[in-house]
Design a binder for this molecule. Structure first.
Ligand SMILES: [Fe+2]
Ligand SMILES: [Fe+2]
Length: 481
């Protein structure tokens, strides 16, 4: 078979020759009903009989890999897709730098690889669970489609990780695959593994923030795993990144459209002060200070996903050749990092200081810095919209010490500017920096669904272009209840 094209003749579409890999095919077919049960219980609430204009991968060729058609979500063909194997690929970092990449799991790194795959796998269904109620309040059919596209692809990412577990990790891999369907986002007894994936996604602004900030953490993690010496993991992650780009597009353009609409409404009403929250809210749009608060929340929650700034686990995974750096192969250094250092922000004598740490243990910090740089691009775009509308207001990323639950800053409080403050000041001021119940209630009050073809809720602008070159007033979802 041609690795570029996906085999749709088996029950589980794939480009890994499953029809000749009976044992793994059987394991996956055995897992399939539980997955469908999970989708029915925890996937999008409602709309399961609706026809959704979705893309499905038919190839892993970057020049053209997806086709669009109307699909009922439960009939979506979730498949196992790996990027083509690179000939003579070598481990691009760590103690085994330059040795041939592994096609099987090396025994000494088995536990570490399994843990990383399980953690990545756990985030995929978690976000679907977090977003399951959003369909009921979608601001348009266009947005509804985008939500469902993200959801079915996160489902596919779960399949991608489950394939690795079942093919390469034997019995304990199968057990982990079952556990991935058992945990639930926000559940008191068996929550998802990472904090941000147990938070609520109560409204569409949260959804856009989540896809901008939290899916972007996913991008960074996938990039690091795409460098892995374990070649099947690398190939899996490389293809997932192709899909992931759309999720972040949904976030970035979603926030752009909210900002755009707010600015237009303020201008039309002759409001000159964007911080006049009462007046702006009176127009039925989300004021910029509240957008900033949502941004503060989602950015800080996502920073926690990078783990502790200084971490021996991260060093071990790098040394082992299991998890590399963002764009490892494009970095010009020795790729072993035995004697280099990296500046890390730490608490020293009650102050935030930059301290040189061994580069190996500072890998989480480095990845987080790369992430922050990537996040900053959105600010430029959104601030341009605000400036073009003639307003003096800037959306900014809060300081990394702000509102943290993991790492160096978890025991202190800091303002979004990074000024250390005591508990009392924090408690008094936090509702200026993070969404309050009132803010949530206001945003919630705007979340009335718009299901007419070509209609958009009044708090968000239509997109500049549609999906798959379709116009904005295309019937992206044929709603059937
Ligand atoms: Fe994903
Ligand atoms: Fe995603």
């Amino acid at each position: 078979m041609n690795i570029m094209n996906v085999d749709y003749t088996t029950k589980i579409p794939n480009n890994v020759n499953l029809s000749e890999d009976r044992q793994v095919l059987k394991a996956l077919e055995g897992w399939h009903p539980g997955y469908i049960d999970w989708w029915n219980d925890m996937g999008p609430d409602g709309f399961q009989q609706s026809l959704v204009y979705l893309r499905t991968a038919y190839s892993v060729d970057p020049r053209g890999w997806a086709k669009f058609d109307y699909v009922k979500m439960p009939d979506y063909r979730w498949g196992i897709l790996l990027a083509p194997q690179e000939e003579n690929r070598v481990i691009p970092f760590g103690e085994r730098y330059g040795e041939p990449a592994w096609q099987e799991v090396p025994g000494e790194h088995r536990a570490m690889l399994r843990r990383l795959i399980v953690i990545q796998g756990d985030t995929e269904p978690a976000s679907v669970e977090q977003q399951r109620h959003l369909g009921k309040t979608a601001p348009s059919l266009y947005d509804l489609r985008n939500l469902f596209q993200v959801n079915v692809e996160e489902g596919r990412h779960l399949w991608a990780m489950v394939y690795l577990l079942q093919k390469y990790f034997g019995r304990d891999g199968r057990e982990e695959a079952d556990e991935l369907l058992r945990r639930r986002s926000g559940d008191a007894d068996s929550p998802r593994m990472l904090g941000a994936f147990n938070e609520k996604t109560p409204d569409w602004l949260s959804f856009f923030m989540f896809t901008y900030f939290t899916d972007r953490d996913g991008k960074m993690q996938l990039h690091s795993l795409a460098q892995s010496g374990f070649d099947p993991l690398s190939r899996t992650c490389r293809f997932m990144l192709t899909e992931e780009a759309h999720h972040m597009f949904v976030g970035e353009t979603g926030i752009s459209r909210v900002v755009q609409r707010t600015c237009e409404a303020m201008k039309d009403a002759g409001i000159s002060d964007p911080s006049d929250i009462t007046k702006v809210r009176g127009l039925g749009v989300i004021d910029l200070p509240t957008i900033q608060k949502k941004l503060n929340l989602h950015y800080s929650l996502s920073l926690d996903l990078f783990g502790s700034e200084v971490s021996t686990n991260a060093a071990n995974a790098f040394n082992a050749g299991v998890k590399g750096r963002y764009r490892e192969t494009q970095i010009e250094d020795d790729h072993r990092l035995q004697s280099s250092t990296y500046p890390v922000l730490k608490m020293v004598n009650g102050q935030i200081k930059r301290v040189d740490e061994p580069a190996l243990t500072a890998l989480n910090m480095r990845l987080r810095d790369d992430y922050t740089q990537d996040c900053a691009k959105g600010m430029l775009r959104w601030n341009k919209i605000i400036a073009t509308a003639g307003y003096h207001f800037k959306l900014t990323l809060p300081n990394v010490a702000f509102h943290r639950q993991i790492g160096e800053f978890k025991d202190i409080h800091a303002t979004p500017e990074g000024v250390l403050i005591d508990d009392a000041t924090w408690n008094k001021s936090k509702s200026e920096w993070l969404p309050s119940t009132d803010d949530g209630d206001f945003i919630g009050s705007l979340m009335t669904p718009v299901t007419g073809v070509g209609g958009f809720a009044p708090w968000i602008s239509p997109p500049k272009v549609g999906i798959d070159n379709k116009p904005g007033d295309f019937e992206y979802v044929k709603i059937e209840t």
